[in-house]
Design a protein around this ligand. Structure first.
Ligand code: SF4
Ligand code: SF4
Ligand code: SF4
Length: 228
């Protein structure tokens, strides 16, 4: 793509954000992509009962994936403190790309830069095709995308697809977690660690009513309302 077209689309990004029918996708009236996946559908499980909020995952992600300061592919949100039978309890939630099976960020991308990898189910960004228009940032109901300050293209968690995963290692955040709060693997393999962990526990996924079919699962740190 020429520089002039790239600049142009960046320039009109604000107008596109207003006019693009994202709401039609979320309402289920836009066609959703149909992708045949080769028996691998990667997902992640965050066990909030194990998470201690140390943010080692955030640091590891920055280091391995060369994420600049000021932006992040993953965050740990402090959901508060309460007393339970004389003990102080805390709950931390993971905020990162959900690798949706029906990703609105992919639907709205005008250049094909945002895509779902057919072999793994990973939602990724081709920086060479991204024009930085921010459609995908607006379309993502989980608010986990950002514009990379150096490349000026959209960025987010890609399950370390081009770093650790490419070397046959676990994603950096999973590998570094000191309490083993994160599990990564193939959701479609009933013998995988993640499939077994999900099958045996009560889990939740965020905003499933939107039809995005997120592949980030959580084991709840506490049932019911968290006291403020
Ligand atoms: S969480 Fe957001 S960025 Fe990730 S796949 Fe879903 S819509 Fe796209
Ligand atoms: S990836 Fe996002 S910012 Fe880049 S061209 Fe596609 S919609 Fe625009
Ligand atoms: S899977 Fe990789 S890219 Fe995603 S949050 Fe973890 S370390 Fe970062």
């Amino acid at each position: 793509m020429s520089c002039s077209r790239r600049s142009f689309i960046r320039g009109i990004g604000g107008a596109i954000l207003v006019t693009y029918p994202v709401h039609r996708f979320l309402a289920g009236t836009l066609s959703r992509q149909t992708i045949v996946i080769d028996n691998v559908r990667y997902g992640m499980l965050h066990d909030e009962t194990r998470c201690i909020g140390c943010k080692a995952c955030v640091v590891a992600c920055h280091n391995i994936n060369n994420v600049p300061a000021g932006v992040t592919r993953v965050d740990i949100v402090d959901n508060g403190t309460w007393q339970d039978q004389g003990k102080t309890q805390k709950q931390f939630a993971r905020k990162s790309c959900q690798h949706c099976d029906n990703p609105p960020c992919v639907e709205v991308c005008p250049t094909g830069a945002s895509y779902k990898d057919a072999k793994t189910g990973i939602v990724d960004v081709d920086a060479n095709r991204c024009v930085g228009c921010r459609y995908c940032l607006a379309a993502c109901p989980y608010h986990v995308r950002f514009i990379h300050p150096v490349t000026k293209t959209a960025d987010k968690c890609n399950f370390c697809r081009d770093t650790n995963l490419a070397k046959g290692r676990l994603p950096a955040c999973v590998a570094v977690c000191p309490t083993k709060a994160l599990t990564f693997g193939n959701l479609d393999d009933p013998d995988s660690e993640i499939a077994k962990a999900i099958a045996g526990r009560t889990v939740y996924r965020s905003k499933i009513h939107l039809g995005t079919a997120p592949k980030l699962y959580h084991i709840p740190g506490k049932f019911g309302e968290i006291p403020q």
